[in-house]
Design a protein around this ligand. Structure first.
Ligand SMILES: O=P(O)(O)OC[C@H]1O[C@H](O[C@H]2O[C@H](CO)[C@@H](O)[C@H](O)[C@H]2O)[C@H](O)[C@@H](O)[C@@H]1O
Length: 398
């Protein structure tokens, strides 16, 4: 069967991200796309545009249900769901996908050759990237080995976790003080003290979190009461659905249906939609077997990456290489910002072909750990060389 001519493709499609460039770029040889124009100013963080409420997709038109079904498939499940796709087509689709999004491990040499001499900043998603996807969100622990890999990476490169979970929850799970944390899809950022002085604006809060004085950037503070209310309404409306679970992430809330029987997914979709009708200021996005309810503002993981780079003093430099590693639809926003701003690249964590704005891929958290360890070894090797290759006495050039 020629899958290119068939309407049913084993490659999962997500809505195409929009173009949005704010940074100067340095990449050209590494990335298969051209350099774009730039502009950057910290004042943009003072007023974050609120989006106009749109129409909620009609559950009956199957928009939601299709997205729910496609939200976390495996190759085996894809084959089972689409009996007209043969297994060999899935294999060849996977192969051509791997050519388009090569393994970051296999391309490691190429990546570090390019990264040489640049300031690297690392952005990491949590679920599905640092911890394996499990049925119970409260049991999504990262391994001790992964924690130590992340800790070592942070010794050499500024490192941030950008998660859909609340900042407190993801900090409790990761437990490393040397990192920056952005929770609620970037709507709650604990970053370095911003030098521009614009911390006086409404979005900044000083707090003693992570056992030190920190600067919090919370561009969706005004939505706190609405999120709290919608969380309670969602708990109430889904409580009769076996397996449904609602999590409060402070600036957003998640309705999990991973443990709900597939025949009941339409009920989940209808109940969530009914609740959301009363909240025109909130929007719904799809994660991995999870419906995410968030404020309708122009802020996401991509904006969070830009914000952190600026806070770190890395936004107007042309020797910066930012790498974001993530597995989820929400990570596409970060991949897009790096791609369009030409300031780095995304690595998608996925074991099946998926449309993405990333440049490289890794199969699973185990490969993510290997990649992080390789980065550390490369950096240590570079330092070692710098120490032992520089002559112990001044060289007389005459
Ligand atoms: O941005 P992330 O750090 O990837 O957070 C996204 C969501 O992750 C969690 O849910 C996902 O992982 C769970 C544990 O493995 C899994 O049970 C669930 O099906 C996945 O969607 C978290 O619980 C969500 O609230 C986050 O939005």
């Amino acid at each position: 069967m020629d899958i290119t001519n068939n309407q049913v493709s084993p490659v999962i499609m997500d809505p195409a991200p929009v173009n949005n460039s704010r940074f100067g770029g340095v990449l050209s040889s590494l990335l298969p796309y051209p350099k774009q124009g730039t502009s950057s100013s910290s004042s943009k963080y003072i007023t974050i545009p609120r989006r106009k409420p749109g129409k909620l997709d009609d559950v009956r038109s199957n928009g939601w249900l299709d997205a729910m079904k496609a939200s976390s498939p495996t190759c085996k499940k894809l084959a089972a769901d689409n009996s007209d796709i043969a297994l060999e087509d899935i294999d060849s689709a996977h192969l051509s996908w791997m050519l388009k999004y090569p393994s970051a491990l296999r391309s490691f040499e190429h990546i570090v050759n390019f990264a040489n001499g640049k300031r690297i900043a690392i952005f990491l998603d949590y679920d599905g990237t640092l911890s394996p996807i499990v049925d119970d969100p409260d049991s999504a622990f990262m391994s001790t080995e992964m924690r130590s890999a992340v800790k070592n990476v942070a010794k050499y490169f500024p490192t941030a976790i950008i998660s859909g979970r609340s900042r407190d929850k993801v900090y409790d799970l990761v437990g490393l003080n040397e990192l920056y944390y952005a929770g609620s899809h970037g709507m709650d950022i604990m970053g370095p003290i911003h030098k521009s002085g614009s911390e006086d604006c409404l979005n900044y809060v000083k707090s003693t979190d992570q056992r030190k004085m920190v600067n919090l950037f919370q561009p969706a503070r005004e939505f706190l009461p609405a999120i709290d209310k919608v969380f309670r309404a969602l708990v109430e409306s889904t409580k009769g659905i076996r397996g449904a679970n609602v999590e409060n992430h402070k600036f957003c809330t998640s309705v999990h249906y991973r443990n709900v029987e597939e025949k009941d997914w339409p009920i989940v979709a209808h109940r969530v939609r009914d609740v959301l009708k009363d909240y025109p200021g909130l929007q719904l996005t799809h994660g991995r077997k999870v419906l995410e309810v968030r404020p309708l503002i122009e802020w996401n993981k991509g904006e969070a990456v830009e914000f952190l780079l600026e806070s770190l003093g890395l936004s107007s430099r042309n020797d910066v290489l930012a790498i974001h590693i993530g597995d989820d639809n929400s990570d596409e926003d970060a991949f897009r910002v790096l791609r369009t701003g030409n300031i780095g690249f995304g690595i998608l964590v996925s074991s099946f072909p998926k449309e993405t704005r990333a440049v490289y891929s890794l199969k699973d958290p185990a490969e993510v750990m290997e990649f992080l360890k390789s980065l550390v070894s490369w950096k240590e090797m570079q330092r070692h060389r710098a120490t032992y290759q520089s002559p112990p006495y001044p060289v007389n050039s005459s």
